[in-house]
Design a protein. Structure first.
Lengths: 305, 285, 426
């Protein structure tokens, strides 16, 4: 503010000189952030309009929101997201960690095993969802297979059970993405300081104590990354449900992403679909903002210490 | 290094890990078996079963023969389309993501945290929500019904992932290294080229794998923003799944699924080793 | 969307400029850009055959099939419309024709339709859908009935039954008889959303076509709360109870093996099920096709018609292509060709189905249509998006499919939820 003109000139000159650098930094970031912000604002705008097949001007206030909130579809989808989101994130985290610990036991064929647990990530959800719909269908899949072996009373019919069907999606989703957690955790386990492990072993720590007290605590940062990736997976899950349950039985396994698409495009009610999308983003922010605030406070404390 | 003694405990571990692996392979096995069964056989028996007649023909039909409306060329041409979109979009989003990740992790500039936060938020926007805005963008830049349009979409959307991955990786690079280089007079690009890039192969392979598989498997934009012969391979796969009024062609479809999944499976198999290493370095610190 | 409007205006001026050019090039080669979701199977084969005919007449056929659900096809259409580049012709059906015709300009086909004398040979309810605002802007292509009754010969033999059920009471009696005779599941339907919708619409229209028209087509509140709707839900529950609970959301083709083997007895399906059975390797004498049950004894026809809408284009070759396409779609020979490939029946009520290319099922369907039109019992299918716009349809199917899958919902509850769904969808 109190800079003199003479001092400012080199600064301007420096800016020009560093233009390519600024462009390289800002162009991709602005494109990425710009499309996210503008698309979100656009959706927010549409959610207040009477748009049906095409976006159109007009103002209907909160009508779209009240209409969406009044549907059973939204309520079911929202409850499902809470259940599916938490169950899936926790289970895929634990499965990934379990697989990583197993693979970390210096076993033969680790490369093959790692590929086996990772391969589902390479395949599209439409395909895996369809295959799981066969496997989990009691009439053709696992249940029939076991029944045909003579265990007639065996039941595995979650797919046709309204209360349990959401768990089939959890299962398929964990199967598909646990390999990612495994890869991360395995990498983390491999980078734990060997001196630390040796010291603990000299102290007489058994394998369980070793993991609990020495190794697992070092995995905390990885866990955060895995949770973020799995959380985005949970929120954007769409094709998997469409192929596996089609949202059924009835409408028991809807998720918000499906409701958004359904309202926007299948029903031709863009305004309502946009309102559902905004509600979904608000829910997400309600989860993420406290986390960001917590990180911020932590960073400050760390800086002070 | 490998432990060769077989204590009961180790036998248990082997048993656990291989039975899990077997369970993991079941869906793949089902698709592989169906890929050599005829559609009639599948409808007349069950979706899951051992082939009575080995219909190897399914693969030929899937590769070069089956018809999507009037075009009977199998999935071959569509594989090429998918490659034409996936490869450039993967490269572009990886390069820019690396630079952006480098900038937000190792440099301070006004608004860096905010913009990084917004870019990360992009991970959570469902595809479906972005469909119409992209329609408007593609219309205004005149790229509707072009593969270039798809490349544009995936390059920009992919930045959220690539920036996140690269930023988390680069943040582990010791600041002293960068500081020393700056004292020696190295600038933004020089430091990137001389210090950061040589450390990057693991994370770049990770982002390449991630981006490639996601773009390859994408369907919604693929069918909306292309026409006829330009459609990606996922569109051809869906075209094989029957309408209400038809017998599902599960046999040929499964064969097509196997062929269409080959590139991504290969990428995972070949890159899987680096995938594990790459994620290590980034996530640890 | 200011941008969109600006583009429309620009397109308009471009069109004006093109006029002299157009009249000069009268001998332009007709060209047609088409969007449909018909990619594979008999649908794909039929539209490809139509394209061949178009090319034989000297046209250039540019078909872009959009695989997936109808929604994906509509996304594609929307993108093209927003880009100011609609296809000359696209697949669209039912009340969506009226809705979509409001967002972009369409082609007036009145002159071509009048010249062909076509209106006389189309069922009135069907004609109405294709001329919203009083002008023909779209043309139906083929018709299915969604409430045909398919009977398994072997299940009939098992139950020692030789009478085709006419009323719902007959139907229920036969199902009970089959069950008693060891047919594990008397009903072989699937569990997809349209399939569940079909169970309901067949029940209601069979009980009272008048109530169906009032409640479902006209959304009359009294009719929606009326006894017929509740009775229909009671009938749907019976059907659901006779089905394999494992069917979940599966396509009905999953059950075909057990249906033909006599382990399952009956299906309420569209005429397309015949083609599915034959394509799966079964024979015509494995099953019987009859009109769906009706309590007044006269056939009720639940209409499902595929159609093309024609979008306004200024290019002379596309306009010529639209005219050629319209003529082809109305042509009895073309309709015959098309229906013989897909298993549907022609839109024209004056096509003779006695020839060898037609099946008994198709003849019965055509006869049922004629009779139903005469007795005013041809109504529009809800499950296949013919009766209401998609927003209303989807909200109603939500209620129906939940009711089919959840046996704790009572028919009374279902009826009041259906009414709420209709109110909430506006």
């Amino acid at each position: 503010m109190s800079e003199t003109a003479a001092a400012r000139r080199p600064k301007v000159f420096g800016l020009v000189r560093r233009l390519p650098e600024h462009l390289t930094i800002w162009l991709p970031l602005l494109l990425a952030a710009g499309h996210i912000v503008s698309f979100s604002l656009w959706t927010l705008w549409v959610s207040f309009t009477p748009s049906t097949l095409l976006p159109e001007f007009g103002w209907v206030g909160l009508h779209n929101y009240t209409a969406v909130l009044a549907t059973r579809n939204w309520r079911i989808a929202f409850d499902n997201l809470l259940l599916f989101g938490s169950a899936f994130v926790v289970l895929s985290l634990l499965t990934g960690l379990g697989l990583a610990i197993l693979l970390d036991q210096r076993i033969r064929g680790e490369n093959v095993l790692r590929s086996i647990f990772l391969y589902p990530m390479a395949v599209s959800f439409v395909v895996t969802g369809t295959v799981w719909s066969w496997l989990l269908n009691p009439g053709v899949g696992v249940q029939k297979f076991v029944n045909d072996f003579g265990w007639m009373s065996f039941r595995f019919d979650w797919l046709i059970n309204r209360d349990m069907a959401i768990w089939t999606i959890v299962m398929a989703a964990v199967w598909q993405s646990a390999g990612f957690g495994m890869a991360l955790f395995l990498a983390g386990l491999r980078s734990v300081d060997t001196d630390l492990i040796k010291a603990a072993q000299i102290d007489g720590a058994g394998p369980f104590r070793l993991y609990r007290r020495v190794i697992l605590p070092t995995l905390w940062p990885i866990t955060v990354t895995v949770v973020v990736i799995q959380l985005q997976f949970a929120i954007t899950t769409f094709d998997l449900v469409r192929a596996l349950t089609g949202g059924g039985p009835g409408i028991a396994t809807l998720l918000p992403a499906l409701v958004v698409y359904d309202f926007m495009f299948q029903r031709g009610l863009l305004g309502r679909g946009a309102a559902a999308a905004v509600l979904m983003l608000l829910t997400l922010l309600a989860v993420l903002l406290p986390y960001a605030a917590w990180r911020h406070v932590q960073a400050r404390q760390a800086a002070r210490a | 290094m490998r432990d060769t003694t077989f204590t009961p405990g180790r036998i248990l571990i082997y048993l656990a890990v291989w039975s899990l692996a077997a369970a993991w392979l079941v869906p793949l096995a089902v698709v592989m078996l169906n890929s050599v069964r005829t559609a009639e056989e599948i409808v007349q028996t069950s979706m899951i079963g051992w082939p009575e007649h080995w219909a190897w023909d399914n693969y030929r039909t899937a590769w070069a023969d089956f018809c999507v409306a009037q075009t009977c060329a199998g999935i071959r041409p569509y594989m090429l389309n998918s490659a034409l979109v996936s490869i450039p979009a993967t490269i572009i989003s990886t390069v820019f993501g690396a630079v952006a990740g480098y900038a937000v992790s190792l440099w301070r500039f006004p608004g860096d945290r905010w913009i990084y936060g917004v870019v990360t938020l992009g991970l959570f926007l469902p595809q479906q929500m972005r469909l119409l805005p992209w329609t408007i963008v593609l219309r205004d830049v005149g790229l509707i019904n072009t593969l270039t349009g798809l490349v544009l979409i995936h390059s920009i959307q992919g930045l959220s992932f690539t920036t996140l991955f690269c930023r988390n990786y680069y943040i582990a690079i010791p600041r002293e290294l960068i500081g020393a280089a700056r004292i020696d007079g190295a600038g933004f690009f020089r430091i990137f080229r001389r210090i950061v890039l040589p450390l990057s192969p693991p994370i770049l392979i990770v982002t390449v794998i991630w981006q490639f598989t996601h773009i390859w498997n994408e369907f919604l934009y693929g069918v909306t923003f292309t026409t006829g012969q330009q459609q990606p391979v996922t569109a051809a796969l869906i075209a094989l799944s029957a309408a209400v009024a038809d017998v599902p062609q599960h046999g040929v479809q499964s064969a097509a699924v196997m062929i269409a999944a080959l590139p991504t499976l290969l990428v995972y198999l070949l890159g899987g080793r680096y995938f594990v290493r790459g994620l290590t370095a980034g996530a640890v610190k | 969307m200011t941008n969109l409007r600006r583009r429309t205006v620009l397109a308009g001026t471009a069109g004006l400029l093109a006029v002299p050019h157009q009249s000069r090039a009268q001998a332009v080669k007709p060209r047609l850009t088409v969007i449909s979701q018909w990619t594979s199977g008999s649908d794909g084969a039929a539209i490809t055959a139509l394209g061949k005919k178009f090319e034989e007449k000297g046209g250039i056929w540019q078909h872009s099939p959009v695989p997936g659900f109808t929604t994906e096809m509509m996304n594609k259409l929307r993108a093209q419309i927003m880009a100011g580049d609609p296809p000359a012709c696209s697949q669209l059906k039912g009340p969506e024709i009226a809705a979509w015709s409001k967002i972009a300009a369409t082609t007036d086909l009145d002159a071509i339709v009048a010249a062909a004398g076509y209106e006389k040979v189309v069922a009135p309810d069907l004609a109405r859908l294709h001329k919203p605002g009083g002008h023909w802007i779209s043309l139906p292509l083929q018709i299915y009935s969604t409430n045909m009754l398919f009977l398994s010969k072997r299940a009939m033999d098992k139950a020692k039954a030789d009478q085709i059920p006419v009323t719902w009471a007959d139907f229920n009696a036969l199902a009970a008889k089959m069950k008693a005779a060891g047919v594990t599941y008397p009903i072989a339907n699937g569990g997809t959303r349209p399939d569940d919708g079909q169970k309901f619409e067949a029940s209601l229209a069979g009980i009272s076509p008048t109530a169906y028209r009032a409640a479902i087509m006209n959304l009359d509140e009294t009719a929606l709360k009326g006894p017929e709707v509740k009775a229909a839900f009671v009938q749907v529950r019976k059907i659901a109870d006779w089905m394999d609970p494992n069917t979940a959301a599966q396509h009905f083709s999953t059950n075909l093996k057990r249906f033909v083997a006599g382990d399952m007895g009956m299906m309420i399906q569209g005429g397309w099920a015949q083609g599915v059975l034959l394509n799966a390797g079964y024979k015509l004498d494995d099953f019987i096709i009859a009109p769906g049950p009706t309590d007044n004894g006269k056939p009720v026809f639940l209409l499902n018609a595929d159609a093309f809408i024609f979008w306004q284009r200024k290019e002379a070759d596309l306009q010529a292509g639209q005219a050629l396409m319209a003529q082809l779609v109305m042509d009895p020979a073309i309709q015959t060709m098309y229906s013989q490939i897909t298993g549907s029946i022609p839109v024209r009520t004056d096509v003779d189905l006695s020839g060898p290319g037609w099946s008994d099922g198709q003849r019965r369907t055509a006869a049922a249509l004629k009779e139903a039109v005469a007795s005013n019992q041809a109504v529009l299918s809800l499950a296949h998006n013919m009766a209401q716009q998609n927003g209303v349809t989807a909200a109603m199917i939500d209620v129906i499919t939940e009711y089919v899958k959840d046996k704790t919902i009572t028919p009374d509850e279902a009826a009041s939820r259906l009414n709420e769904a209709v109110e909430g969808s506006h």
